[in-house]
Write a protein that binds this ligand. Structure first.
Ligand SMILES: *[C@@H]1O[C@H](CO)[C@@H](O)[C@H](O)[C@H]1NC(C)=O
Ligand SMILES: *[C@@H]1O[C@H](CO)[C@@H](O)[C@H](O)[C@H]1NC(C)=O
Ligand SMILES: *[C@@H]1O[C@H](CO)[C@@H](O)[C@H](O)[C@H]1NC(C)=O
Length: 394
């Protein structure tokens, strides 16, 4: 009996040892949290302690509730030795105004690079405020990405409020496996380039249950990205959910296996958009948008394979091929005075296997009318109540 008992006890000890948790409150590393003193050094020290805990340790950095931490541009770098790292943001993190940035050309404000198993969560009270007003000006925006994740595996981000980024709010680049959920991303409709989430060169991502209202795309999916599932996003105002633009400056880019479902677009400039530059190569394929609701969106459904905003556009010899795109169960209203569904594809590489099924997007006002327009677009349309779609080629 005794031997058996001791055996069990030993197993227990080993189990606890493997699951050691350590917490690192930024205050104990010297952070002040009064919104005026730069707390970057304290955050950097907390990161080092959490990151190099050792392979048995699950580390958590705590950014406490009720305090405001001013951070200059900061890099949280891996690889870490700890088994996992969590960053619990309960308080507020703010950026200095543009005038106080030493390097105004820095590309990121809060940057996580090369960290695996990172979990950043806000538990509903965490707030990141880029205070981007001083960067916005008119039109072009040279500000940094507010929150950037690059070269990571198994990322989780949830429960955060994220406002007024200097430029785009979140970027995910070169990551495998990420779940992003329960975010509220807000910036004025007039703020330039304040995308919600930008994705590039990444695979196996899930983005769900979030609210995004900004001056640009809610979510933008760029080259080298595959297997992205997006659901339950309330988007708008803003520019909608975009794939692309792909193939700029003749580049070869590939995007595939994207599913977007159960999303609402309210007063957005676009809804669901695929945008590729004339002259590029590669493909965007196996993409579906289903159960989507539009409320007064301007261009609910758009494929623009001839994107070329700055120069005279011609139907160039090459294009990023677009195929296997499904639109199923799209409803609501559009304020477009031209076309609520538009497929502008190239002669060189026509769009193929486009499927429209169960579509009813009505004009938002009685005095406007809109229709479907297709150029070099092949596929089938079923049950399209409004607009009637008879422009797809077989
Ligand atoms: C299309 O993409 C979905 C999800 O992103 C994936 O599950 C499916 O296997 C893909 N289909 C093909 C034919 O590649
Ligand atoms: C998702 O679907 C549910 C059930 O139909 C609906 O109540 C909810 O509003 C939808 N979410 C969005 C963002 O459209
Ligand atoms: C349609 O009517 C609304 C008011 O009901 C008005 O503001 C708008 O200018 C009209 N649009 C056109 C194209 O006539």
């Amino acid at each position: 009996m005794l031997t058996i008992f001791m055996g069990l006890a030993n197993v227990n000890v080993a189990h606890q040892y493997l699951n050691q948790q350590t917490t690192h409150n930024v205050i104990t590393f010297g952070a002040v949290g009064n919104g005026r003193i730069d707390d970057s050094k304290a955050f950097q020290s907390a990161w080092k302690a959490a990151c190099y805990g050792g392979s048995n340790i699950a580390s958590t950095i705590i950014i406490p509730f009720g305090k405001t931490f001013l951070l200059s541009p900061i890099l949280f770098e891996g690889p870490c030795t700890s088994r996992s790292i969590a960053v619990e943001i309960l308080g507020t993190i703010i950026a200095p105004p543009k005038s106080a940035w030493r390097d105004k050309g820095v590309g990121q404000w809060l940057r996580f690079h090369g960290v695996n198993g990172l979990n950043v969560y806000g538990s509903g009270s965490g707030h990141i405020d880029g205070r981007g007003q001083s960067w916005w000006g008119n039109g072009e925006n040279s500000g940094p990405t507010a929150l950037s994740f690059s070269s990571c595996n198994n990322l989780q981000v949830s429960g955060l409020k994220h406002t007024n980024s200097q430029r785009n709010h979140i970027s995910i680049n070169n990551c495998k496996g990420a779940t992003i959920s329960k975010l509220t991303i807000l910036a004025p409709q007039s703020s330039p380039n304040t995308d919600g989430i930008d994705i590039s060169a990444s695979t196996n991502l899930r983005i769900q249950h979030s609210i995004m209202a900004t001056g640009d795309d809610c979510i933008a999916i760029n080259g080298g990205t595959s297997n992205v599932r997006i659901n339950d996003i309330a988007c708008g105002p803003g520019h909608g959910i975009s794939i692309g633009s792909l193939g700029k400056n003749g580049r070869h880019e590939e995007v595939e296996d994207i599913q977007v479902w159960n999303c609402t677009f309210r007063e957005t400039q676009n809804g669901v958009r695929i945008k590729t530059w004339a002259g590029g190569s590669g493909f965007a394929k196996n993409i579906s948008f289903s159960n989507i609701n539009f409320i007064k969106s301007d261009n609910p459904v758009i494929i623009d394979q001839l994107y070329c905003p700055h120069t005279e556009c011609s139907d160039k010899a090459s294009a990023v091929k677009i195929s296997d795109v499904k639109y199923i169960g799209l409803r609501g209203t559009s304020v477009s005075k031209k076309s609520s569904i538009e497929f502008r594809c190239s002669k060189a590489a026509p769009c193929s296997n486009i499927v429209l099924d169960d579509i009813d997007i009505k004009p938002a006002l009685p005095n406007i009318s809109n229709s479907a327009q297709c150029i070099h677009a092949h596929g089938i349309a079923r049950a399209c109540v409004h607009p009637v779609v008879n422009c797809l080629q077989n």
